[in-house]
Design a protein around this ligand. Structure first.
Ligand SMILES: [Zn+2]
Length: 217
């Protein structure tokens, strides 16, 4: 469904997401789809770099269009780069989410939220090294996914973790992210289960990551 910037922001607040709005995040000037998005799912990426905020928002080849909707910084801060369109998925798909929902080939950008997690992406470990990720990034990604799963639903039924995949699941051209998909879905499911209490969600996710530090479920 179409998700506007107001609805998106209300969901971020509702689920305790710690975020910073990047200037221009809600401007029509950065939206290649003229407000006509049809959000259905979520793609997880890693940046393969450091300090990627400026690239995503301002210096990528398609700027002022942004290269992702969100950036998860090393300390877990969620930077909201775009509340509308972004170029992050590229060629790939189709992705059959369920019987009635398919993301058509090469059309993920207007239908999938892109979350970039700051990491060199050379290790799947959640060990705080630049090669891997920090546990704060995992917690923030999970809480953000809950907010988005709620924002995208047209009816009373909350969307599930089957709406989340990795960039490498969308296209064989990409290797991000390194952790197993069932591992990410476990983490996001914990955030969903504890969605009324973000602190409890954080505790549960920390425990899960401690028991599964290599990104394998
Ligand atoms: Zn990617």
């Amino acid at each position: 469904m179409k998700v506007g910037t107001g609805r998106l922001r209300r969901r971020l607040d509702k689920y305790g997401v710690r975020y910073t709005l990047v200037k221009g995040w809600d401007s029509p000037a950065i939206d290649p789809y003229g407000g006509k998005n049809d959000m259905q799912g979520i793609l997880l990426h890693h940046t393969a770099g450091r300090d990627s905020l400026n690239y995503i928002c301002h210096t990528n080849p398609y700027a002022p269009v942004r290269a992702a909707h969100f950036l998860i910084a090393r300390n877990g801060m969620v930077y909201v780069c775009s509340g509308s369109g972004a170029y992050h998925a590229g060629r790939g798909g189709p992705w059959r989410i369920n019987k009635s929902t398919v993301i058509p080939k090469d059309s993920g950008n207007s239908r999938l939220y892109g979350i970039e997690i700051e990491s060199l992406g050379t290790s799947p470990r959640i060990d705080g090294t630049p090669a891997g990720m920090t546990v704060e990034q995992v917690i923030s990604t999970a809480l953000l996914c809950v907010a988005l799963l709620d924002a995208m639903r047209p009816g009373p039924v909350l969307y599930g973790v089957d709406r989340v995949i990795r960039h490498r699941d969308w296209t064989s051209r990409k290797i991000d992210v390194q952790q197993a998909l069932p591992w990410w879905r476990d983490v996001i499911r914990l955030a969903l289960d504890y969605r009324k209490d973000p602190k409890a969600a954080e505790t549960a996710i920390r425990r899960y990551v401690r028991d599964h530090p290599k990104g394998q479920a």
